[in-house]
Design a protein around this ligand. Structure first.
Ligand SMILES: Nc1ncnc2c1ncn2[C@@H]1O[C@H](COP(=O)(O)OP(=O)(O)O)[C@@H](O)[C@H]1O
Ligand SMILES: [Mg+2]
Length: 328
């Protein structure tokens, strides 16, 4: 596909990407992953140290889309009903009425998700997977465009509750970000200074927000990207290898307790397509699969105690697999 044959939707996303890039300096991978999650109709978990613009990135994305957005700050005293909604008594009518909670928005920022206890996390994870909320005997569907972006600071911090490992796979992607390069730090500083002076609003005027219709249309185009049979086979082999890593080397034998489920295959397929589409290609390449394998699999593999004791991470494991499974 050449530049001239960009579809209208691809063009809109290109503009969205550069709009976000004006506000988020030097975190290209993060920006790309947010768009992939949106295109693949999934939720994203974003992890990184405080001050790396996690909250800001998600705020900026939501400014670029004509959809309603809500931020929930997760705190130790948050209750499940603060997310889902509550039945409110109407004295005039003598009845209860359901007042929808923040999860009924299109884009939800679940900020610092590991600051709330398990019950609240469970309410969020359930809504993410089922796309509906049941209160009493009534079930309320969530909007068609529904995306949760959760942030968390690295788990070692005090006063936090780790997310339940077995339910983490409700997130399509688990993205980790790191400190910006030194040369970007200066740009960030200058941007912050310009913003403080109120000089950085001008770019927004040139940008037309993306409609929900456009997002849905783009999702459809993503599903129609071509993936060769051999690449599909490669993708499946990578996933299946997580269930029997010893087949790819004796040394990998004891690393995992649990491998990835079919949910992971579906996620990797969607995300690889979305990446190809964003890069204006009409076919998936092996690098789309390899690049996304980390963010798709990172939170779906459960390491053995032995591997953990040796300081091995799921990223190490994924890297090993990619180096051993033959590329078609
Ligand atoms: N890559 C970046 N691009 C632009 N601003 C940044 C970047 N990294 C940090 N900042 C600045 O740091 C501030 C902190 O961002 P914030 O989103 O609150 O961080 P986090 O949620 O990761 O703790 C931002 O408001 C911004 O001024
Ligand atoms: Mg934050």
């Amino acid at each position: 596909m050449t530049e001239t044959s960009l579809s209208n939707t691809q063009n809109s996303f290109k503009q969205l990407k550069s709009f976000i890039g004006e506000h988020i300096i030097g975190q290209e991978k993060l920006v790309e992953r947010m768009l992939i999650a949106l295109l693949a109709d999934g939720h994203m978990l974003l992890e990184g140290a405080p001050g790396l613009a996690k909250t800001r990135a998600i705020n900026v994305l939501s400014q670029g889309i004509a959809a309603d957005f809500h931020r929930v700050q997760f705190t130790p005293d948050l209750l499940p009903a603060d997310l889902t909604g509550t039945e409110i008594f109407r004295p005039q009518l003598g009845t209860f009425e359901f007042q929808k909670g923040p999860l009924f928005h299109n884009l939800v920022l679940a900020d610092e998700i590991n600051r709330s206890p398990a019950k609240v996390q469970a309410a969020l994870l359930e809504a993410m997977a089922e796309r509906q909320i049941t209160v009493g005997s009534t079930t309320y569907p969530l909007p068609k465009l529904f995306m949760v972006m959760a942030t968390q600071n690295p788990i070692e911090q005090e006063g936090t509750y780790p997310l339940p490992e077995a339910q983490l796979d409700r997130f399509l992607l688990h993205v980790k970000i790191d400190y910006p390069h030194a040369e970007h730090e200066k740009e960030i500083l200058h941007l912050a200074r310009a913003e403080a002076k109120g000089e950085f609003q001008k770019h927004k005027e040139h940008f037309q927000t993306i409609s929900q219709q456009t997002v849905l249309k783009a999702r459809n185009e993503v599903l129609n990207i071509y993936m060769a049979d051999s690449l599909e086979q490669y993708l499946l082999q990578l996933i299946i290898a997580t269930r029997n890593p010893a087949a790819y080397g004796e040394d990998l034998a004891g690393w995992l307790q649990y491998g990835a489920s079919p949910r992971a295959s579906i996620a990797l397929d969607r995300c690889a397509r979305a990446r190809a589409w964003l890069q204006q290609r009409d076919f998936v390449g092996p690098e789309d699969i390899q690049e996304l394998a980390f963010d798709v699999l990172r939170h779906r593999l459960i390491l053995s105690y032995e591997a953990e004791a040796e300081g091995i991470t799921t990223d190490h494991f994924i890297k090993e697999l990619i180096s051993r499974v033959a590329v078609p």
